[in-house]
Design a protein around this ligand. Structure first.
Ligand code: PNS
Length: 163
């Protein structure tokens, strides 16, 4: 039984995240999608909203025999991963620019907890420029999100700004 943690902010979940999860399902029996609770950041969506959206959109992907769970965590990722008895941390790498920061994190996490491996995965090329940060920026400036996030997420973003 191979368990991985796929950590992130998921504010909001994008099609790039879903692509990585789908690929991760080829490697792991269980993936816990773990949302970081970060009191220092002002998020667009609350943790509850992000959890709810993730749970809904995960039902739409090809997960083979892999069990997908959504959770949230505070503090050090490796502490959380040990608590959940995970073998690996999955991170998506879109471009070389991601690699530097991701390498630092992976090596720091390895130093803190040598038993857990970080696995880097590449999303489909069509998602190589998609990030939650750009999705929010494009949305807030009135741009089209078609194909970048699941339709449910776009609808929830529109609802949120309507109030
Ligand atoms: O989606 P993001 O914002 O790129 O995810 C970053 C995340 C959550 C993976 C990273 O910030 C993290 O692991 N935070 C938890 C705190 C921690 O363990 N810090 C040390 C990392 S070496």
């Amino acid at each position: 039984m191979r368990r991985a943690i796929y950590p992130g902010s998921f504010d909001p979940v994008t099609n790039g995240h879903l692509d990585i999860i789908e690929r991760g399902c080829k490697l792991f029996d269980e993936i816990i999608i773990a949302i970081l609770v970060n009191p220092e950041k002002q998020p667009f969506f609350s943790i509850e909203d992000r959890r709810e959206m993730l749970e809904a959109v995960l039902k739409t992907i090809e997960c083979r025999n892999c069990t997908l769970r959504v959770d949230d965590f505070k503090g050090l990722l490796v502490h959380y991963a040990v608590e959940r008895e995970a073998h690996a941390i999955v991170r998506g790498i879109r471009a070389i620019s991601d690699y530097e920061y991701e390498l630092q994190m992976a090596l720091m996490n390895r130093r803190l907890e040598p038993s857990i491996e970080t696995v880097f995965m590449m999303p489909a090329e069509k998602y190589s420029y998609v990030s939650s940060r750009l999705v929010k920026e494009v949305f807030q400036l009135g741009g089209e999100l078609n194909g970048l996030v699941p339709p449910l997420v776009e609808a929830r973003m529109k609802e949120k700004v309507k109030g």
